[in-house]
Write a protein that binds this ligand. Structure first.
Ligand SMILES: *Cc1c(COP(=O)(O)O)cnc(C)c1O
Length: 415
């Protein structure tokens, strides 16, 4: 049988598990604990000799169904789900790394990931932040104790695109775990496995859930990394199948011990949201290029950062790697035009910190999500005081263009 498409596979994935009563949605299982007729079975589940559930912090049937969907979307071999994207990142890094290790990370990371990597530094894990748009910077930072390279697909808010393929080749050659945060592109636009990623992070809160009504995060093992070459795997997690050593350690040391588990209700919301991911994302991308072109031509706008515009420094890379250019963009305003005036003049676009929602959301970056970082670091990241980041939604294009035109015109007139 030929391989089915992304949406077909996703829509019908829960039924592969022969769900109770033939339900089409995996049920929301709220039970925390599980029992067995024969207590030996419970013991075997604990010992990993039999598949099954014992305690909700580690595994829940509704969450398992969602994990299977993400594994299929990323064409991976296994996924661990967490309460948030940050729980997925922090628990996985703490599960895999030890004091004395070194990692290389993009200098343009999501703010909270950047902050967490600062915490890793206080725990004795060295972090080199490099401009990952050039693979040479990543290569130059690699040391003898380097264990892992961490990058994102499209950086927030300036939309730089890492040399994803080049870094993949270097990680393969040097036996390094290659961890790619695919949140901004989602598995609909890009499969990090195609460029050699070992682990793929998704904040399900964003495009995959897609409706701003549930938090969640996952890490997926693509099966490409040879975990027998990773020095930090505990002996008890070295099962027969070497490809599962890494995700087993993430599930035990990360999910079980740190306890950032995804709840079944959130898992249900995220699974239902994921069913329309390609439809939403295609529409949001189409809206985004139209909005980017409008902003690019508007006299109130100094600069537009959007990978779909031909002048974007990594436009060709984005075109070659991704199916579309995403729906995140940021703009800088001309001197004298105030970002708060633009935001407050908008009637359809909502001022809000989330992204990947169905609604178009906007945020004044320097005053909010990158405030804690300080002016100097913001300047080094190309973040001006007037920058606004937009997460373009799925409204009718004409309504968005009208709102942008009105707000930019009004802010320019009030200058
Ligand atoms: C939002 C986000 C995260 C964190 O996800 P949460 O679900 O909010 O914890 C991680 N990486 C990127 C790129 C994000 O945009």
């Amino acid at each position: 049988m030929s391989k089915k498409g992304f949406t077909t596979t996703n829509l019908h994935s829960d039924r592969l598990d022969k769900p109770e009563h033939g339900v089409l949605h995996k049920a929301i299982h709220t039970s925390v604990a599980y029992s067995y007729d024969d207590a030996r079975e419970l013991a075997e589940v604990f010992q990993g000799k039999r598949a099954g559930y014992n305690y909700g912090r580690q595994l829940n049937p509704t969450v398992t169904a969602l994990q299977n969907r993400i594994t299929a979307m990323e064409e991976g071999i296994a996924t661990a789900a967490f309460a948030t994207g940050m729980a997925a990142i922090s628990s996985s890094m703490l599960a895999l790394l030890r004091a004395g290790d070194h990692i290389v990370a993009s200098a343009f990371l999501f703010g909270n990931t950047n902050s967490f990597f600062g915490t890793l530094q206080t725990l004795g894990i060295e972090v080199s932040f490099v401009d990952a748009t050039a693979v040479s910077n990543v290569e130059a930072a690699i040391k003898e104790n380097t264990r892992l390279v961490f990058v994102e697909t499209i950086a927030n808010p300036v939309t730089q695109i890492a040399d994803l393929a080049g870094i993949g080749a270097v990680c393969k050659q040097r036996d390094l775990v290659y961890c790619v945060d695919n949140t901004m592109t989602s598995p609909h636009l890009f499969l990090p496995k195609a460029v050699g990623a070992s682990l793929v992070v998704n904040s399900l809160t964003k495009y995959i859930g897609g409706h701003g009504n549930a938090l969640g995060g996952t890490i997926t093992d693509t099966g490409l990394f040879d975990w027998s070459r990773f020095p930090n795997i505990y002996d008890s997690y070295k099962g027969q199948d070497v490809s599962l050593w890494g995700i087993t350690q993430i599930k035990k040391k990360g999910l079980r011990d740190m306890g950032g588990s995804l709840g079944p209700e959130a898992a249900h919301h995220l699974a239902v949201g994921s069913e329309t991911l390609p439809l939403r994302m295609d529409r949001a991308c189409a809206n985004a290029i139209a909005v980017a072109r409008l902003c690019d031509a508007h006299p109130a706008v100094n600069k537009v950062n959007y990978p779909g515009l031909e002048q974007h420094p990594q436009h060709t890379r984005a075109r070659d790697l991704f199916c579309n250019f995403g729906s995140i963009m940021s703009i800088d305003l001309v001197p004298g035009v105030d970002c708060f005036d633009v935001l407050n003049a908008m009637q359809t676009v909502v001022s809000s910190s989330n992204l990947g929602d169905t609604r178009t959301l906007a945020i004044p970056v320097a005053h909010t999500i990158f405030y804690e970082m300080g002016a100097e670091r913001r300047a080094s990241m190309g973040i001006s005081d007037s920058m606004i980041r937009f997460s373009i939604g799925i409204e009718e294009e004409a309504d968005l263009l009208a709102d942008f035109t009105h707000a930019l015109d009004a802010a320019l007139a009030g200058k």
